[in-house]
Write a protein that binds this ligand. Structure first.
Ligand SMILES: C/C(=C\CNc1ncnc2c1ncn2[C@@H]1O[C@H](COP(=O)(O)O)[C@@H](O)[C@H]1O)CO
Length: 241
């Protein structure tokens, strides 16, 4: 049986996670990996430290521009932008682009936190502040740290990952008073039924974990839930203790 030659990793995430497998060449030492991670966190903190009231908007990278949800995401971002919210997205296509575009429409701060992927991809053209991350996990810190809440449009694994990360952080009180708004009741109905009829019924979550998820179909109706909480303040003026 022929043994394949190991190949170069296609991203730093793959380099980190697959480094010791036979298929992937290891390109850094652990000390170098830690430095790359540290640099990435530092750069994210530096570029975002002036951000005040902000919301992270998630949803499918595959939503086409002519889909009604694209328009809804754009409209929602416009509406929140007019109310003084900065808009944070993953900086990619689909719902991310729609939300950045809505922010741009009304002159709100439009932030894209992109991710290095094996197939080369740039940030969408509507990001005023664009940061490209090598690692998914460092990028995810920024979505939560610099937002006061999440709005989640229909999407796939990436979207669900972001949704359930926030739900877990809130359940474990790593973050508090952090609204999670699910946009499009029809899309989320099946998941909410399963959360109630399986996860909750089997005792794996508490009723308040599901009740805390806000569901809406109105792009102009998210700010109520988002406004009900204390907002992030810019960090740059605060001295370290
Ligand atoms: C799949 C395609 C492009 C991928 N490009 C992405 N760029 C930035 N962020 C992304 C990308 N894909 C996923 N994400 C993150 O996950 C969420 C969407 O994932 P889903 O699986 O599509 O639901 C999104 O919020 C991003 O943070 C093809 O064009």
């Amino acid at each position: 049986m022929s043994q394949r030659e190991p190949r170069h990793p296609t991203s730093d995430d793959e380099e980190l996670l697959e480094a010791e497998t036979l298929a992937i060449l290891s390109e850094y030492t652990d000390a170098q990996r830690v430095l790359r991670i540290q640099d990435e966190l530092r750069e994210g903190f530096r570029q975002l430290n002036h951000v005040g009231k902000a919301v992270s908007i998630f949803g499918s990278a595959r939503t086409p521009r002519d889909h009604p949800r694209y328009d809804q995401a754009r409209q929602l971002a416009r509406h929140l932008g007019e109310q003084g919210w900065a808009i944070i997205t993953g900086g990619g296509p689909g719902i991310m682009e729609a939300a950045n575009r809505g922010a741009r429409d009304v002159g709100a701060t439009s932030i894209g936190l992109g991710i290095e992927l094996p197939h080369e991809q740039s940030l969408n053209e509507y990001c005023d502040i664009g940061i490209n991350f090598h690692y998914f996990f460092t990028r995810k810190v920024m979505f939560v740290r610099y937002a006061s809440g999440f709005v989640v449009f229909p999407g796939g694994f990436g979207t669900l990952d972001e949704l359930f990360e926030a739900a877990t952080l809130r359940q474990t009180q790593k973050i508090r008073y952090f609204p999670i708004v699910l946009f499009d009741s029809g899309y989320w109905a099946g998941m909410l039924d399963w959360l109630k009829n399986s996860m909750l019924a089997d005792g794996y979550i508490n009723p308040e974990d599901v009740e805390a998820l806000v569901v809406t179909d109105d792009p102009n109706d998210c700010h109520g839930a988002l406004d009900a909480v204390e907002h992030r303040r810019p960090r740059q003026h605060r001295k370290a203790a």
